[in-house]
Ligand binder design. Structure first.
Ligand code: NAI
Length: 423
């Protein structure tokens, strides 16, 4: 049985102190969560609920957990990726009243899933996932809980894809909010968050410059757009690969080179995958890559780059830097994979995840969605987040930034809602 993190660390007090310092720093920059926390503390909308979470356990997520606990919930949490947990933050969270954290960095698959089971052992009434592993485990292995779970929230694109597939199969037994799909989340977190933090993690892990490099971005969705734009802003030449003709066209009209990966593979200095799909960079591509190529994945699962295939081709493999594994091929070329092909902006040793302000928005939506699940009456299935919830988050943020904006007049509203006005 997995024990909470505090029982597994050599010096839990020191870890808690360092984790607390990190949490306090991010909280200073999260006006949305602060506002929600203040209200939750006064109103206790989550009193009596047990929330089970599988998310990247680092300081920003800890701030969300504390808001949910302030609202009266008991929270149990573990990681959603074996490499993204910050043990000190996990220990600090575990010390918060009403919170138990099982997350630990670097666990193997068995320990990773055992920690998810430990969270499920708290009999959650609400689940909050990043990638869908918790929802999936409950449906597969703990069907007896399905009657008591009120609902859940999903943070990322890949998790929402999985849920929609479950829903289409009639297999999703409770309501889930697609938090990922709200404008306040996706237009900022996926685009700016992934763009900034993936590039920062790659630069810090390699200590290499972007200027003058050819950066191949696989997938021109929300994350890919962010990575491409920020890489271009750092004076890199950007090449985009896509499978959707509209997105390929969009990238072309944006001024990027667009080509199949079979061609891009020979051109790139740095590759960043953001597709949420598997087998995006495989053996045929490794065959033609330049010596020294750097490969990073920013999609949710570690299936975008075929690392097993690369390892099979390699005659030697070694840790070239912390977080960089070099694979040496028979002809002497070296191909470098960052963070074991796991999402680089969270799993690289120096990675900090998205900027704090971006996660304030995403987690503001999460917190309000947890409340909404209890207030609304939702059937089993995937639900869009109510527009009013998303607007509330944007409103709080704009007020905190001192930014004003206009409102529709009655005449404008009537005009926009009517179909009779013509030429
Ligand atoms: P999206 O659906 O907007 O974009 C994915 C794009 O990849 C689509 O345009 C699709 O046509 C393209 N694609 C699919 N297979 C491809 C292939 N074989 N080759 C080239 N292009 C291909 O999804 P979004 O929101 O950009 O998310 C992408 C992934 O990033 C997901 O796994 C998501 O969970 C993850 N994510 C990661 C974050 C991070 O912090 N690193 C933050 C947010 C999302």
């Amino acid at each position: 049985m997995t024990a909470p993190i505090s029982e597994r660390l050599d010096d839990p007090d020191a870890a808690r102190a360092e984790g607390r310092r990190k949490i306090e720093w991010v909280r200073q920059h999260m006006p949305i969560l602060s506002a929600v926390s203040e209200r939750f503390e006064a109103e206790q909308p989550l009193a009596g609920e047990r929330i089970g979470m599988a998310m990247h356990v680092e300081a920003k997520t800890a701030a969300l957990v504390e808001v949910l606990a302030a609202g009266g919930a008991e929270v149990a949490i573990t990681g959603c990726n074996p490499l993204s947990t910050h043990d000190d933050v996990s220990a600090a969270l575990d010390a918060v009243e009403g919170v138990t954290s099982y997350a630990e960095r670097g666990v193997d698959d068995e320990a990773y899933y055992a920690a998810i089971e430990a969270v499920i052992g708290h009999d959650p009434t609400i689940t909050v996932d990043d990638g869908g592993d918790m929802v999936f485990a409950i449906h597969e292995d703990y069907p007896e809980l399905l009657g008591t779970v009120v609902g859940g929230c999903e943070e990322t694109t890949t998790g929402v894809h999985r849920l929609r597939a479950m829903d289409a199969d009639g297999a999703l037994e409770y309501p889930m909010f697609a938090v990922n799909d709200t404008p306040t989340k996706r237009l900022f977190d996926n685009v700016h968050g992934t763009g900034e933090s993936a590039l920062a993690a790659i630069a810090m892990t390699t200590n290499l410059s972007w200027a003058g490099k050819t950066v191949v971005v696989a997938g021109y969705g929300y994350c890919g757009k962010g990575v491409a734009k920020k890489a271009s802003g750092q004076n890199a030449d950007v090449v985009v690969t896509e499978v959707d003709p509209r997105r390929a066209l969009e990238a072309h009209m944006e001024g990027y080179d667009v080509m199949p990966m079979a061609e891009a593979a020979a051109e790139g200095d740095v590759f960043v995958t953001t597709t949420g799909n598997r087998d995006v960079i495989v053996e045929d591509h490794f065959e033609v890559m330049q010596d020294g190529a750097v490969l990073a994945n920013a999609g949710h699962f570690d299936v975008e780059i075929d690392i097993e295939g690369l390892a099979d081709m390699a005659v030697d493999s070694y840790e070239a830097r912390d977080g960089v594994r070099a694979y040496e091929l028979a002809d002497g070329r070296r191909i470098h994979v960052l963070a074991e092909g796991r999402l680089v902006n969270l799993a690289a040793p120096v990675a900090l995840g998205h900027p704090v302000e971006v996660m304030d928005q995403s987690f503001g939506v999460q917190a309000l969605c947890v409340e909404e699940l209890l207030e609304g009456d939702y059937d089993a299935g995937v639900h869009d987040v109510p527009d009013a919830v998303d607007r509330e988050v944007a409103d709080i943020k704009l007020a905190a930034e001192g930014v004003g904006y206009d409102s529709l007049s009655d005449a404008q509203r009537e005009y926009m809602d009517s179909w009779q006005h013509g030429t």
